[in-house]
Design a binder for this molecule. Structure first.
Ligand SMILES: NC(=O)c1ccc[n+]([C@@H]2O[C@H](COP(=O)([O-])OP(=O)(O)OC[C@H]3O[C@@H](n4cnc5c(N)ncnc54)[C@H](O)[C@@H]3O)[C@@H](O)[C@H]2O)c1
Length: 447
């Protein structure tokens, strides 16, 4: 069932009349911007526990909400699958009080008792939910990969800045000491001249063809599909496995890539690569998952460093071990002095001394956080930028999207990171992937 048109009341949007502007001698746009900037979300007193709403009550949403419940109260939950909604409402019932249940996230944004939105829908819904939250004056913990397209990220960063949103991207490896130390060492030249970074990601699923089935009664399939093309229900398109379809995500290039490419960018300290060249090592099975499951992608950076992104079949799609002697997912930095390897389990180097020799006083120190969710809630109070701020999420997602665009176009593409567009002879072929047509009514007018 397609939801009716609906508009979130923009209580925080002060409208300046032309009479007011004329009286002040300043233009309307300027006064509106100033008024909005002054409308910081209400500061929480030290004893207040912020109200939290979870949008997207699948596996990750439940995990994030459990984690966030250390710092605030789960006041509302929202999902287009009634079964997920009921299960999560039950999970967060406390002292006989059940969180309010919603199937349309726009209604969640109306509530004044909610300060924070956790967005853990599939990727194709992230941006509209996040934009609605930002525009309603909420702070956001938004799951990775931040967006479905590069254009969505541009819009989101702009909106979050305009509304002074505290926005933490769910790239929790930034709050893991192993990754931080690896990046700190690379950034401070421990490897000498850095030459190559290799990002290993679990290969995706290559399966199909699948048979469509009636959508379950408990699921609003049209709403789940949202901006993406209207297609028959397939269980394999929906919960969890949406990752392996380009309509909803970008395969493991954006799924795990959002974590490990984020670490590569952090270590390199660059905003974006300058070019991408990608090789698909497998082709999807007709009628099956559409995202390329195995690939070998190469990015070049302005400082001459080559960043490879390769799939490995030795790890499961969740990062578990298939072949204990095979190539693990993770990030390897190689320079003139040796290499450093890091993943969620290990930090190793070609020579122990690369890790064990202390860095000199005055070495560059990256942002320190040992608890990603705690860092977010600290920033909700202090109004400082969190460790994986929206712009960081956008840049890391952009690298992943560039990899997917390289694979889908099959062309070598040059990227202008400042203007966020492809340039050069294949520019047109690349630029057509920067944004997508959104199926109505689920476009930007929906929120
Ligand atoms: N940070 C991490 O390590 C990590 C790990 C796993 C997943 N994730 C991310 O979390 C997100 C969710 O992944 P998952 O594995 O939990 O998926 P999932 O399919 O288990 O859950 C998604 C939920 O969102 C619901 N949903 C879909 N459209 C909705 C809408 N418009 N409004 C409200 N609910 C809607 C679905 O019905 C489902 O319950 C993905 O973007 C994924 O990349 C992050």
């Amino acid at each position: 069932m397609t939801p009716k048109p609906f508009s979130i009341s923009r209580r925080r949007f002060l409208k300046i009349t032309s009479a007011t502007a004329a009286a002040s001698g300043l233009p309307v746009w300027f006064l509106e911007r100033e008024a909005q900037a002054a409308q910081q979300p209400k500061r929480l007193s030290p004893n207040d526990r912020p109200g939290i709403a979870l949008v997207g009550c699948g596996g990750m949403g439940r995990g994030d909400a459990t984690n966030a419940s250390r710092f605030g109260e789960i006041m509302a939950v929202c999902d287009v699958d009634q079964n997920h909604l009921e299960a999560v409402a039950k999970q967060f019932t406390k002292d006989g009080k059940t969180p309010a249940k919603f199937s349309d996230f726009r209604k969640v944004m109306e509530r004044d008792d909610i300060h924070v939105i956790i967005t853990a829908t599939p990727d194709h819904w992230h941006t509209l939910v996040n934009l609605a939250a930002v525009q309603a004056g909420k702070d956001v913990y938004g799951e990775k990969p931040l967006t479905l397209t590069i254009d969505e990220g541009k819009r989101l960063v702009k909106a979050a800045r305009k509304h002074n949103t505290i926005f933490q991207t769910g790239s929790q490896q930034r709050s893991d000491a192993k990754f931080r130390l690896a990046c700190e060492l690379v950034r401070n030249g421990r490897l000498g001249k850095l030459k190559e970074v290799t990002v290993w990601l679990p290969a995706g699923l290559r399966e199909g063809p699948f048979k469509s089935a009636p959508a379950p009664e408990n699921l609003n399939w049209d709403f789940w599909l949202g901006q993406t093309p209207k297609v028959d229900y397939l269980p394999q398109r929906c919960h969890v496995n949406f990752r392996f379809w380009y309509d909803y995500s970008g395969g493991t290039m954006t799924d795990w890539g959002a974590h490990h490419n984020d670490i590569a960018l952090w270590a390199l300290g660059v905003p974006a690569p300058q070019s991408v060249e990608a090789k698909a090592l497998t082709q999807p099975i007709p009628g099956g998952y559409t995202a390329i499951s195995e690939y070998d992608v190469q990015f070049t950076h302005a400082n001459g460093v080559i960043q490879h992104v390769k799939s490995t079949t030795a790890d499961t799609i969740g990062g578990g071990v298939i072949d204990p002697n095979g190539q693990r997912n993770g990030v390897r930095f190689e320079g003139s002095n040796g290499w450093i390897w890091v993943n969620r389990g290990n930090l190793t180097a070609s020579d122990k001394s690369l890790l064990e020799t202390p860095l000199p006083e005055g070495a560059q120190r990256p942002y320190k956080s040992d608890d990603h969710m705690a860092n977010f809630f600290e920033c909700v109070r202090s109004r400082k930028l969190p460790i994986a701020d929206v712009e960081i999420g956008h840049r890391s997602a952009t690298v992943c999207h560039l990899g997917v665009i390289g694979l889908r176009s099959g062309l070598k593409l040059s990227w202008d990171g400042q203007h966020e567009e492809f340039t050069g002879e294949n520019a047109k072929s690349g630029n057509r992937y920067i944004e997508r047509e959104m199926r109505k009514p689920y476009d930007y007018n929906f929120i």
